[in-house]
Design a protein around this ligand. Structure first.
Ligand code: APR
Length: 184
């Protein structure tokens, strides 16, 4: 079941022992604050060197690099949309971030993937809407892919954690599934 492969935790994504962690980057790929800064600090300078070679990434797109000093083997960098009120295609661009990141994970053989809450920090995307998009997009991807074993949403603060938990519960409710349903 796709939904049993989705988990929501609170923590620091740089510590996650998964095959690939996703970075909420900016289009330059040259690092920044937030989770981008944390990932570059933990990975070390070789990450920036590889990012420089790639040269950039458009909003909604994703690129993959090594994980260097991180426990994760890969970092998948994606650029979320800046929130401008919802009328400039933000929802579709955020959907593309999750879809393209998972596509790259599958292409590189990653079985376990951790996401931060893309765009809900500096890019100001409302977390209630962003979390619904994230959960729905990942669930839809997993419903047609059986190579990914787990997608983990790693939330840095309790407000974000609660939003993703709520979004997951709501999503399972629409599927008529209680949270810890035994698979038939
Ligand atoms: N682990 C997990 N999540 C984290 C971590 C961490 N170590 N550090 C921050 N976060 C969370 C934030 O609390 C927020 O919930 O990541 C989420 C995304 O926030 P940002 O990192 O600000 O990312 P975003 O809103 O997508 O803005 C991207 O900010 O850091 C710059 O270079 C980045 O320009 C880009 C912009």
């Amino acid at each position: 079941m796709a939904n049993e492969r989705i988990s929501v935790v609170q923590g620091d994504i740089t510590l996650e022992r998964v095959d690939a962690i996703v970075n909420a980057a900016n289009s330059s790929l040259l690092g920044g604050g937030g989770v981008d800064g944390a990932i570059h600090r933990a990975a070390g300078p070789k990450l920036l060197t590889e990012c420089r070679r790639i040269g950039g990434c458009d909003t909604g797109e994703a690129v993959v690099t090594g994980g260097y000093r991180l426990p994760a083997k890969w970092v998948i960098h994606t650029v979320g949309p800046v929130w401008h009120g919802g009328g400039l295609g933000e929802a579709e661009l955020l959907t593309n971030c999750y879809r393209n990141a998972l596509r790259l994970a599958v292409e590189n053989g990653a079985r376990t993937v951790a996401f931060p809450s893309i765009s809900t920090g500096a890019y100001r995307y409302p977390v209630d809407e962003a979390s619904r998009i994230a959960i729905r997009t990942v669930s839809e991807f997993l419903s047609v892919d059986d190579t990914i074993e787990e997608v983990r949403f790693v939330c840095f603060d309790t407000h974000t954690y609660s939003a993703y938990q709520r979004a997951l519960e709501e999503h399972l409710g629409t599927q008529g599934l209680p949270r810890n349903s035994a698979s038939p």
